[in-house]
Design a protein around this ligand. Structure first.
Ligand SMILES: Cc1cc2nc3c(=O)[nH]c(=O)nc-3n(C[C@H](O)[C@H](O)[C@H](O)COP(=O)(O)O)c2cc1C
Length: 158
C-alpha cells in the first residue's frame, strides 16, 4: 500500500510530527505551501491566519511535490487555527478529491484542544479511523506528544 503523510506547518511543529510518522511508516512526505507567504510577525500571523480559518478561506497552494491520486492512503496533519483546520489544509481538501483516502489525521495546537478542529475535519472527511492530538513544543501539553504519537503510529501499523 502506498501511503503519504500530507501536512501544512507554519512554525515546524506539524512538520516534525509528519516527518516522524512518515519515517515510521515508510510513507512519502508532502508539504503544503501557500503561494503567498504568511506574514512574518507573530501577531499579524495570528490575526491573518485566524481570519482565513474563521472565514473558511482557501488560500492558493503551490503545486504539490507529488499527486495525491498516486497514493492509496493519506495521513493528514494540520495546525489548529482559530479552533479550526488551518486554512491551507482546507485549500488542499477543497482542491483535491481525497475523502476516500484520508484515514488518519493529526493536529497540533497550543493547548491540545482540537475538538472543534476534528469536528471540522470530520465534516469534510468521512473515513477517519485514527486521530492524534498533539501540542506545540512550547506548550506544557507537549509532554504527552511522544506517547500519543507512538500510539498513533502503532494503530497505523496494525
Ligand atoms: C493563525 C494561528 C491561529 C492559531 N489558533 C489556535 C487556536 O485556536 N487554538 C490553539 O490551541 N492554538 C492555536 N494556534 C497555535 C498553533 O496551533 C500551534 O502553535 C501549532 O503547534 C502550530 O503548528 P506549526 O508549528 O506546525 O505551524 C494558532 C496559531 C496560528 C499561527
Amino acid at each position: 500500500m502506498k501511503r503519504a503523510v500530507i501536512y501544512y506547518s507554519l512554525d515546524g511543529n506539524t512538520k516534525e510530527a509528519a516527518q516522524k510518522i512518515a519515517e515510521a511508516l515508510g510513507a512519502a512526505l508532502i508539504e503544503l505551501e501557500t503561494e503567498k507567504p504568511m506574514p512574518s510577525g507573530k501577531a499579524s500571523r495570528i490575526l491573518y491566519g485566524g481570519m482565513l480559518s474563521t472565514m473558511n478561506q482557501t488560500p492558493a497552494l503551490k503545486p504539490l511535490s507529488a499527486d495525491p491520486a498516486n497514493f492509496d492512503e493519506i495521513i493528514l496533519g494540520t495546525p489548529v487555527w482559530a479552533w479550526k483546520i488551518a486554512a491551507p489544509v482546507r485549500s488542499f481538501l477543497t482542491k483535491y478529491a481525497v475523502d476516500e483516502k484520508v484515514t488518519a489525521v493529526f493536529t497540533l495546537s497550543g493547548g491540545a484542544d482540537d475538538t472543534k478542529c476534528l469536528e471540522d475535519l470530520r465534516h469534510l472527511l468521512h473515513h477517519i479511523r485514527h486521530t492524534a492530538t498533539l501540542a506545540d513544543r512550547k506548550s506544557s501539553f507537549a509532554e504527552g506528544n511522544a506517547v500519543r504519537l507512538k500510539k498513533f503510529i502503532a494503530a497505523l501499523t496494525e
